[in-house]
Design a protein around this ligand. Structure first.
Ligand code: AMP
Length: 217
């Protein structure tokens, strides 16, 4: 199964993606994670991406298209994949379509996780991250000891783009550049919208039901 997760920043794409990846044994491809890894390794890609990301802007399409083309060509994607955070623009979606067509593949489902702005702002501004990949929220999912990761005991940090000005910008960017993809995939009859304001486990139940339908096709 080849899946795309769509939704505004803070909708819980990353959280659901981890669960989907485990349950359906699909590689989780998060372009945000790939870019952050490049930033922490000081690669030339990381250096180019850093300023866009910290302002909450999108990294140029040509960089993302190269990243995704390379990642999808790896062996672990031969039995399916799940894209989280890509595509974010119409040119990225068109490029994906071309990449997949060239290798005789197609998108099976696009899950659009929907959450209103007020809730997104609450979620993003309270989010705290750990180097190990764990994610917390100061109110909704606090660590046992304030500021410290339960799993690896490292100090938690706030992503630069989870700070107030960057959050505002990310929501504006989402509406202008990414939201048109809802219509794009709706027209292709691939879109399924899921209410992302519920509990994590309830959302996953809905996601599972939708994907199991596709698995049977
Ligand atoms: P995320 O972890 O998905 O919230 O992504 C964090 C940031 O990485 C975004 O705000 C963008 O600056 C950048 N980014 C991730 N994926 C993309 C993409 N497909 N196109 C452009 N920029 C991206």
């Amino acid at each position: 199964m080849n899946i795309i997760l769509l939704g505004p920043p803070g909708a819980g794409k990353g959280t659901q993606a981890k669960k989907i990846s485990e349950h359906f044994s699909l590689p989780h491809i998060s372009t945000g994670d790939i870019l952050r890894e490049n930033i922490s390794n000081n690669t030339s890609l990381g250096l180019r991406a850093k300023s866009y990301m910290s302002r909450g802007e999108l990294v140029p399409d040509e960089l993302l298209i190269t990243i995704v083309k390379d990642r999808l060509s790896r062996k672990d994607c031969s039995g399916g994949f799940m894209l989280d955070g890509y595509p974010r623009t119409i040119p990225q979606a068109d490029a994906l379509q071309m990449i997949l067509t060239e290798s005789g593949k197609k998108i099976d489902a696009v899950l659009n996780i929907s959450v209103d702005d007020e809730e997104l702002i609450k979620r993003l501004s309270g989010r705290r991250m750990c180097k190990c990949g764990a994610s917390y929220h100061v109110n909704f999912n606090p660590p046992k000891k304030e500021g410290v990761c339960d799993a690896c005991k490292e100090k938690l940090y706030q992503r630069d783009d989870d700070k107030p000005d960057a959050i505002k910008n990310r929501l504006v960017v989402y509406k202008k550049q990414t939201q048109p993809l809802i219509d794009y995939y709706n027209r292709k009859k691939l879109l399924r919208t899921i209410d992302g304001s519920k509990e994590i486990s309830q959302i996953f139940e809905e996601v599972k039901n939708v994907l199991e339908e596709y698995e049977k096709l």
